[in-house]
Ligand binder design. Structure first.
Ligand SMILES: [Zn+2]
Length: 190
């Protein structure tokens, strides 16, 4: 799998929690819940299916092996997501964009995937607003663009260095630890 997209869904129903969604998907004979993350009405982000195996949320475009599936609980064709869900979505998708180097234009609502015949994630999940919020969220590309856009009178940038490693793998591991603490970390080679 190479995760290059983030696909946003609604569950289309008013489940109490992620476990209810998981039970339903298993009852269909699936190996696990189809989505990789579920955002409950309280804004709680619950892990779904492991990213180590293909998902089961969007056949169109081969997205089950290319797109990380996030579902908001609720029928968002009928009502708005809760403000807590909207905040959680931006936080989660922003973090995943950073971790998997996903560009903001590759954050799509299920219905925006070419070939997908669905209203998912519902008309009340405003994808343009979501992408706008994510654009405001720092991503590697955004940081890069920002650096490129700096006025020419600034000579050099002050970098906070927190570690130096001889292998990329160890550097990535260290960066991951920082991200888990909510600290943005970029791995660069010198
Ligand atoms: Zn969907």
């Amino acid at each position: 799998m190479k995760w290059e997209y983030i696909i946003i869904h609604h569950t289309g129903a008013e489940e109490q929690d992620t476990e209810q969604v998981r039970r339903y998907h298993r009852s269909l004979g699936w190996r696990d819940i189809g989505y990789n993350y579920v955002i409950e009405k309280s804004g709680l982000v619950a892990p779904g299916r492991s990213l180590a195996i293909p998902g089961a949320h969007c056949l169109a475009g081969g997205m089950n092996t290319r797109g990380i599936g996030i579902a908001l609980i609720g029928n968002l064709e009928e009502h708005r997501p809760t403000p807590e869900q909207v905040d959680a979505l931006v936080g989660l998708a922003g973090g995943l964009m950073l971790e998997y180097q996903v560009a903001v234009e590759n954050v799509l609502g299920h219905r925006e995937v070419p070939g997908a015949a669905t209203v998912c994630p519902g008309r009340y999940l405003l994808m343009d607003d979501t992408r706008g919020n994510l654009q405001a969220h720092p991503s590697p590309t955004a940081l890069q663009n920002q650096n490129n856009a700096l006025p020419k009178t600034i000579s050099g940038l002050w970098i906070v260095q927190v570690g130096a490693f001889s292998t990329r793998e160890r550097a990535e591991q260290y960066a991951q630890k920082l991200r888990e603490q909510g600290i943005e970390a970029l791995v660069m080679k010198r």
